[in-house]
Design a protein around this ligand. Sequence first.
Ligand SMILES: Nc1ncnc2c1ncn2[C@@H]1O[C@H](COP(=O)(O)OP(=O)(O)O)[C@@H](O)[C@H]1O
Ligand SMILES: CC(=O)N[C@@H](CCC(=O)OP(=O)(O)O)C(=O)O
Length: 259
Amino acid sequence: MSKPKLYIVKIGGNVLDDSEALQQVLFDFSQLSTAKILVHGGGKIATRLAERLGVKPEFHNGRRITTAEMLDIAVMSYAGLTNKNVVARLQSFGVNAIGFSGADGSLILSKKRPAEPIDFGFVGDVEKVDADLLKKLIDLNLTVVFSAITHDGNGNLLNTNADTIASEIAIALSEAFETALLYCFEKPGVLLDGDDDSSVISELPHPDYKNLVENGNVHSGMLPKLENCFHALQAGVAEVRVGSALMLTDSKAGTRIKL
Ligand SMILES: Nc1ncnc2c1ncn2[C@@H]1O[C@H](COP(=O)(O)OP(=O)(O)O)[C@@H](O)[C@H]1O
Ligand SMILES: CC(=O)N[C@@H](CCC(=O)OP(=O)(O)O)C(=O)O
């Protein structure tokens, strides 16, 4: 018997930061007729909140260093304001959305990243996703909305990259579902030329990706995103695409990642 389809859709910081773009992506998400899970980031919003609160955001090679103060802000911003806004908007579209961090129901357990070679602070690497509980929530017709916060099982919350949360959830649910992992961001796909939106690469197999990295066509946030994509495919996720909200209504939109 074939498995039921499950969409895991991740929305990035620039989309969350643009009220109209967010409304469109959430509406399109609400129209998916199969089971679905939403994962959101919000790095940009947390950085702005930190600045407003007089906390200096710190980064190493573009990746956030989560100090104790920054962790508090991340929890307030991701698991609080952003998560609840997304849930409320989905409710307005008739989706029975329920917002969680990884600590809720212990849905995502993580481990604090070692301080060597670089100390990223209170950052968690995903150890376990409770696929059974997620499946039960899906069976209840609930649409889970995850923020980028997990826990270590010892009472500590940890900041966890939202792209990684999305790929680990997709992997954990791939036994029970035919999983489609969609990374929605502000561009139409992986671009050959970052400044030219018409240069979308429609299919990206791993050898081509390696060439793009060598030639500098793919850089910064797109590097870990694509690493998550290939990891997900290797671990049994059926379909992985990167692109704009158009992917939710058009199966040909965005960049299809291949092994
Ligand atoms: N070849 C490429 N095509 C598209 N975007 C790219 C490319 N190389 C680097 N990028 C950058 O990657 C960013 C997306 O990564 P990131 O900011 O982590 O996404 P998200 O908004 O999902 O968190 C884009 O905003 C863009 O600046
Ligand atoms: C550990 C880590 O990288 N945490 C991310 C979580 C938010 C996120 O992933 O947001 P985007 O998807 O909008 O980038 C951060 O604090 O920036």
